[in-house]
Design a binder for this molecule. Structure first.
Ligand SMILES: [Zn+2]
Length: 561
């Protein structure tokens, strides 16, 4: 691939002559400044947001100022997820706390843009949303947000730099030649994609929420890459074993919209010696470095073992033998942007080793190549979700690809201990996850777009139902008994319920959401997956999440004995 370096004209600079309203992917301050400049030049033009349009319109136009009650009728279109336009309003309730909002679906199937209607005690507002159907990354039709220019009631799509950058990146990935030596992938060792966007984030005064077109661009390019190479390899949509290579989209804020793409050799740092004085696990409130992880493993002791990642990094593990019945496999960092599970695994292992009863293996960092990407991306944007770091360097998900080299550490752990229960510590976005240009709701992850609390997933072999129930009950009770987790979960579930019409999960004691399922052919008879809303938090939220992972492991060890 010839390195690509292109700049893109900004739709804002054209301000299309004759248009009275424009919808652009620009932040509020920039749009307001452009409106003022146009006014000084004698031209009245309103510039609205093409992203989360209803939320911005309501706030910027003061639609709900002084209102105590409102009904928002949101469009429901044929072939589109029923909650899509409702989710686009998230988290409006929390931004207008004095107004009680009810959402009502409004099926629409006519020509023209979909329209929200906002009804208050004394007014009624219509809010059109600029979207258009277009070919998605893998050719399937999606309904994506788009720029729009209108004069009175007449309007048309307006291509913006945000859309153009995404389309150009997709075209370049579609054109990348396969590696003749690896016809099933990976296509390349590493593809760096650097995007410059002139759009500031908008921090919202609720949870860890932020409206960020920069973060959304990372998500769009990464998952579009998976979709493109999945289609090129003839794999079905949603297949997580696709091995495309390591795609690393980095988005920075700058004045000139720009896209740079280049194939690179992966950068492998020399192995760091174990940190002799790693931070106290009881108070760790930030992700750990590999040296700190190694330092904690040294303190835990036991029998060391290791796997090796695709890029050659060690995947460290320990086996500790106890005197009791419990035999556990504890793992973290399968998805390396879920960083609290790594600390939770170490903390649980430290506690179990000190008690001496449970036998266990611990592999706190199963995907060190992804973790290297995570740490690099956090240097620029420490609180984004960074899903590029979720996957292994081949592009495959460690949990879904049998031939992924990172799985060798699981084989080694099992060779040391044929555990009954696998505690697989994970996380998910701490704030809203969107793909504005590709249907808004990230395909394949519809249940994880908005935080819903510290969540549990139990899977068990058909013959291990009783053990599964025992493990699940212990974990549910342990979480419900933690006041901070219960409060966090209630707060998140309450917000979640306003924007998602049906819960696809059960809730224990009003505060611990969970699902269960039967799974054959897994590594262990019972797997309990913890899901902390941790991408990417630090401070008190991180401390709470890592402690909750450890609390679950302790409770499970205790109930088995
Ligand atoms: Zn995960």
């Amino acid at each position: 691939m010839t390195p690509l370096d292109e700049t893109f004209p900004r739709a804002l600079d054209a301000l299309l002559s004759g248009a009275t309203t424009l919808w652009l992917f620009e932040d509020g301050a920039t749009r307001a400044a452009a409106e003022r400049s146009a006014a000084e030049a004698g031209r009245a033009v309103r510039i609205r947001s093409a992203y989360k349009t209803l939320l911005h319109d309501v706030l910027e136009d003061g639609v709900l100022d002084g209102a105590r009650r409102a009904v928002i009728r949101y469009p429901v279109l044929p072939g589109v997820a029923a909650d899509r336009f409702r989710l686009e309003c998230y988290p409006l309730h929390a931004l207008v706390p004095d107004c009680e909002i009810a959402f009502v679906p409004d099926p629409q199937d006519g020509p023209g843009l979909p329209v929200y209607t906002v009804e208050t005690e004394d007014a009624r507002h219509s809010v059109p949303v600029p979207v258009r159907r277009r070919a998605g990354a893998d050719g399937r039709t999606v309904l994506g947000a788009c720029g729009w220019a209108a004069r009175g009631d007449e309007g048309m799509p307006l291509e913006t730099e945000y859309e153009a950058i995404f389309e150009r990146a997709c075209a370049a990935m579609r054109a990348l030649p396969p590696d003749p030596a690896a016809p099933d992938g990976p296509f390349f060792p590493r593809l760096d994609v650097e995007v410059t966007l002139p759009v500031a984030d908008m921090v919202l005064p609720v949870g860890h929420e932020r409206i960020s077109l920069a973060e959304a661009m990372h998500e769009e390019i990464y998952f579009a890459g998976l979709e493109i190479f999945r289609q090129r390899l003839g794999l079905p949509p949603g297949e997580r074993s696709v091995r495309c290579g390591q795609i690393v989209p980095r988005v920075v804020i700058g004045d000139v919209p720009r896209l740079q793409m280049r194939l690179n050799a992966p950068e492998i740092e020399p192995p760091a010696p174990a940190c002799p004085e790693p931070p106290d696990l009881g108070t760790v409130s930030h992700w750990l470095s590999p040296a700190e992880i190694a330092g904690h493993l040294d303190r835990i002791g036991g029998v060391p073992f290791a796997g090796r990642s695709r890029q050659g990094r060690a995947i460290p593990g320990r086996f500790v033998k106890g005197t009791g019945r419990a035999a556990l496999a504890i793992s973290g960092g399968q998805h390396a942007n879920e960083s609290t599970g790594i600390v939770g695994a170490l903390r649980a292992a430290r506690d179990l080793a000190a008690e001496g009863r449970a036998s266990f293996t611990v592999t706190p960092l199963e995907n060190p190549d992804g973790y290297a990407v995570f740490r690099a991306l956090c240097r620029d944007r420490p609180h984004d979700m960074h899903h590029a770091a979720r996957y292994t360097a081949s592009g495959a998900d460690l949990g879904h690809a049998r031939d992924c080299p990172e799985r060798n550490v699981r084989d080694r752990a099992r060779a040391h201990l044929s555990a009954e229960v696998h505690l697989n510590l994970h996380g998910y976005p701490s704030h809203e996850w969107t793909r504005p240009l590709s249907g808004y709701i990230p395909e394949g992850f519809a249940g994880w777009t908005v935080p819903k609390g510290f969540f549990l997933i139990l899977r068990h072999a058909p013959e291990a139902a009783a053990l599964g129930r025992l493990v699940l009950d212990a974990a549910l009770d342990a979480l419900a008994a933690c006041p901070e987790i219960a409060a966090q979960n209630r707060r998140m579930l309450s917000l979640y319920d306003r924007y998602v019409s049906e819960r696809a999960f059960r809730v224990h004691a009003g505060c611990v959401p969970y699902v269960t399922g039967v799974e054959e052919g897994a590594d262990y008879p019972v797997t309990l997956i913890t899901e902390a809303p941790d991408e990417t938090v630090d401070g008190a939220a991180f401390r709470l999440a890592q402690a909750a992972h450890a609390r679950v492991v302790s409770a499970v060890a205790a109930v088995i004995g």
